[in-house]
Design a protein around this ligand. Structure first.
Ligand code: AMP
Ligand code: ZN
Ligand code: FE
Ligand code: FE
Length: 285
């Protein structure tokens, strides 16, 4: 079975609507896909309807923005109750922080480049998360850079002068909230050395204490030596190991199914989550 547990739609910073992500997943030969927009469950309903029509398995998920000792940490939550108040409130808070931060970044960029906040804001919508990819798309539209990759490499990098941090919850608290909501927390791209410092083994151990279920070992941003380290940590702490594409439509080179998760791991996630998989008992453990 081909299982890819990390994708984004245009309800966060992917480029396609949820139904189109599901169609692309089917066309890529996937049997099961997870939709994991940033800090949002807004795409779940559309994705669920499309997946049912396509006879595709769907894991409803969210990629939650968090931090650990100043390092940005992304936590994938699978199959949680989307109406669990404390988690919804936390995601609303991080969305507000993202909107304030994006405006400050655009203000800074606007001092050097012809870029206007209203045009960036129009690329997302109230209630949706806004992120650097939306700023990147406006930089592309104005001819300032060729594509998102160049925008990130030249102007939006965390060590660049236009970068602004935003409030997000501590990762151990996020893991606890995900579990309290009935979700299954998996640390996304924990070895992404190209982005920022990588969190130390002790931090992963602390997240395990908080209830972490797994590590996204196979992700294109984890280089081979990090995958080896993460595999060793997963074995030491009894964690699940997932593999995923982190598909963003045409917004990133990541292709659906480029990394995969095995069936026993999906079964373990399904067994721990509060919600069923869409697509019926076929994928049930
Ligand atoms: P933000 O959440 O606003 O800090 O922006 C991070 C988002 O940008 C994540 O969804 C990443 O997948 C995406 N991203 C990071 N680097 C790149 C890149 N080089 N090209 C396109 N998207 C990227
Ligand atoms: Zn993204
Ligand atoms: Fe991420
Ligand atoms: Fe992602």
């Amino acid at each position: 079975m081909r299982i890819d547990l990390h994708t984004h739609s245009c309800l966060s910073d992917g480029t396609e609507p949820p139904a189109a992500v599901m169609a692309a997943a089917k066309a890529a030969g996937l049997d099961v896909v997870a939709l994991t927009d940033h800090d949002s469950t807004a795409g779940w309903e559309e994705a669920a309807n499309a997946a049912a029509d396509l006879d595709l398995g769907l894991v409803r998920g969210t990629e939650i923005s968090a931090r650990w000792q100043g390092i940005t940490v992304h936590l994938l939550s699978y199959l949680h109750d989307p109406d669990y108040g404390p988690l919804v409130q936390m995601m609303d808070q991080v969305k507000r922080a993202r909107w304030e931060r994006a405006e400050v970044m655009v203000d800074r960029l606007g001092a050097d480049f012809p870029i206007a906040w209203e045009n960036v804001a129009a690329r997302s919508a109230p209630g949706r998360p806004v992120g650097r990819p939306h700023i990147a798309d406006e930089l592309v539209a104005k001819g300032i850079v060729a594509d998102r990759a160049e925008a990130f490499a030249r102007l939006l990098h965390p060590r660049g002068s236009y970068y602004v941090r935003y409030w997000s919850v501590e990762a151990d608290r996020a893991v606890e909230l995900i579990r309290a909501a009935g979700g299954v927390p998996v640390f996304a791209h924990p070895g992404a050395v190209g982005r920022q410092r990588v969190v130390a083994d002790a931090a992963i151990e602390a997240l395990v204490q908080a209830g972490l279920a797994g590590l996204e070992v196979r992700h294109r941003d984890n280089p081979p030596e990090q995958r080896a380290r993460l595999t060793e940590l997963a074995e030491r702490f009894g964690l699940l190991q997932t593999g995923s594409s982190d598909y963003h439509g045409s917004g990133k080179p990541n292709r659906l199914g480029e990394n995969l998760t095995d069936e026993p791991t999906l079964a373990a996630i399904a067994a721990q989550g509060a919600l069923p998989l869409i697509g019926g008992g076929r994928w049930a453990p």
